[in-house]
Design a protein around this ligand. Structure first.
Ligand SMILES: Cc1cc2nc3c(=O)[nH]c(=O)nc-3n(C[C@H](O)[C@H](O)[C@H](O)COP(=O)(O)OP(=O)(O)OC[C@H]3O[C@@H](n4cnc5c(N)ncnc54)[C@H](O)[C@@H]3O)c2cc1C
Length: 453
């Protein structure tokens, strides 16, 4: 059965990007329909249950390098409370030359793992004196000209191999789920890259941009969980008149229509706001999918955690043999979680290393990873509950982003979300709002003339 309907805009994908656009267009009076494949909107802002709490199973904080999230909360009057993480900061676990796994607080002032003050005591603690002295030479080296190298090449050539191995690589893998060899600084942190070019030094650029406080406070969260942001935005979008259809997977799109299999909808504009592989499928192109992002949320009853042994969490250098690459101690990081948990109970999130998610999904595997990353003696019996979650389409690699952007441009389909804007709410939300603004701005007279011809 084919049913023709005409709307102003159809959005495919109800993650935070799709919801943001739906709200913006609806409040501007546009006839907007959002189609979401799963039973709930929110995408990677999803809730689950653990230790009697509703907890985040996807993103749990947002970077404050842009005001994108705070602006959205204010402008949409979302009834959520933005909160700071506890000031303890996170740690890094790395292997000493002796083979022993050591842990230390991440440098107080750093960006993407690059230290603002290479000779500061907290940097020396991680790199050793020689490694820190080598890193301090960065300011003296001329910036390379020509094509931008990978982030790993850039930081190794400028700061030395230890900065890459113990700081940049673990940060990159845990925050962006990509190796520092496969990304460029200009795509991860364009402002930092520009500043470094202008200043002639990465250290000088980090020094200018890094917050004056410990790493970790460059993020904020939402009281009760970040999933609330999407839930409240969905409610506001619906109230503004957006139509949101969940359980509605789209099969293919053109510039003015979407194919649901049994139904075709048409609109003046179509926006794809799905993950990268789904976007490629909708546009009919072949891309190599990135591996899934695996996570477990575990409830742990252990006295060893009462003193917050690794602050808000710990990221692991690649030479630490562990099925998890990072651990977040949720109730150490978020006061609201600590207040809601029963005494003696703790919540941790373990982010799996590629291909090793299965090792974390039972109590024994989770306990082993927690021991390695924190040094706290946790037995399988201390791990009360393990909630595994796998995100199959969470990573947008640069080649896939380029291929999808080219295909969308060629077909006249608009593209939003992490595939267009880069990973993270700080990028995705401002991009989505700018796209919505573009869709609501009438064409200039010259564009109108072009259109007629
Ligand atoms: C474990 C994890 C932790 C993270 N932590 C953070 C963090 O702390 N801070 C941060 O800023 N970012 C974090 N991120 C990244 C952040 O969650 C994403 O960048 C952001 O949520 C992407 O939003 P989006 O709207 O682009 O995509 P998504 O949230 O992926 O939404 C896309 C939606 O499209 C739907 N869809 C897919 N195919 C179709 C189809 N054919 N038809 C209809 N609908 C379809 C999907 O079901 C989904 O709901 C994390 C991600 C993960 C996985």
């Amino acid at each position: 059965m084919t049913h023709e309907a005409t709307h102003d805009v159809i959005i495919v994908g109800g993650g935070i990007a799709g919801l943001t656009i739906a709200w913006e267009l609806a409040r501007a009076g546009r006839d907007v329909v959002l189609l979401e494949a799963s039973d709930d909107a929110g995408g990677m802002l999803r809730r689950g249950a653990a230790a009697g709490l509703e907890v985040d199973l996807g993103a749990e904080s947002f970077a404050t390098r842009t005001t994108g999230v705070a602006d959205l909360v204010a402008d949409a009057r979302l009834p959520v409370q933005l909160v700071e993480p506890a000031p303890g900061g996170a740690h890094v676990a790395f292997r000493r030359r002796s083979g022993r796994v050591d842990r230390a607080p991440l440098p107080r002032r750093a960006l993407v793992g690059m230290p603002a003050e290479p000779l500061a005591a907290d940097v020396v603690r991680i790199l050793g004196r020689r490694g820190a002295r080598r890193a301090a030479q960065e300011r003296l080296l001329p910036m390379p000209v020509g094509a931008e190298p990978s982030l790993a090449e850039l930081t190794t050539s400028r700061f030395g191999a230890r900065v890459t191995a113990r700081l940049v690589e673990p940060l990159c893998r845990s925050v962006y789920s990509q190796s520092a060899e496969s990304v460029r600084l200009s795509s991860l942190h364009p402002v930092l890259w520009e500043k470094a070019q202008a200043a002639g030094s990465l250290t000088a650029a980090v020094d200018a941009l890094a917050p004056a406080v410990r790493a970790g406070s460059a993020v904020r969260g939402v009281e009760g969980g970040l999933w609330r942001l999407a839930a409240e935005l969905e409610a506001v979008a619906l109230r503004a008149g957006a139509v949101i259809r969940t359980g509605t997977p789209v099969r293919a799109v053109t510039a003015t229509s979407v194919d649901l299999g049994h139904e075709t909808l048409s609109a003046a504009s179509v926006v794809i706001a799905t993950g990268p592989t789904a976007a490629a499928e909708l546009l009919g192109i072949d891309v190599a999918p990135a591996p899934p992002v695996g996570l477990v949320v575990a409830e742990v009853a252990s006295d060893g955690f009462d003193a917050f042994p690794v602050g808000s969490g710990v990221i692991a250098a690649p030479d630490v043999d562990c099925a998890a690459k990072a651990l977040t101690h949720v109730d150490a990081k978020w006061q609201w979680a600590a207040a809601a948990l029963p005494a003696g109970s703790h919540l941790v999130r373990l982010s799996a290393r590629e291909g090793r998610h299965d090792e974390l999904t039972d109590a024994a595997g989770a306990a082993a990873a927690i021991r390695t990353l924190t040094g706290v003696r946790v037995s399988p019996g201390d791990v009360r509950r393990v909630v595994p979650v796998s995100w199959p389409d969470a990573v947008a690699t640069p080649p896939v982003r380029q291929a999808v952007a080219a295909a969308a441009a060629e077909r006249g389909v608009r593209l939003a979300g992490a595939v267009a804007a880069g990973t993270g709410l700080a990028s995705v939300i401002p991009h989505a709002r700018a796209l919505a603004c573009d869709l609501t701005t009438p064409p200039t007279p010259s564009e109108g003339v072009r259109h007629v011809h």
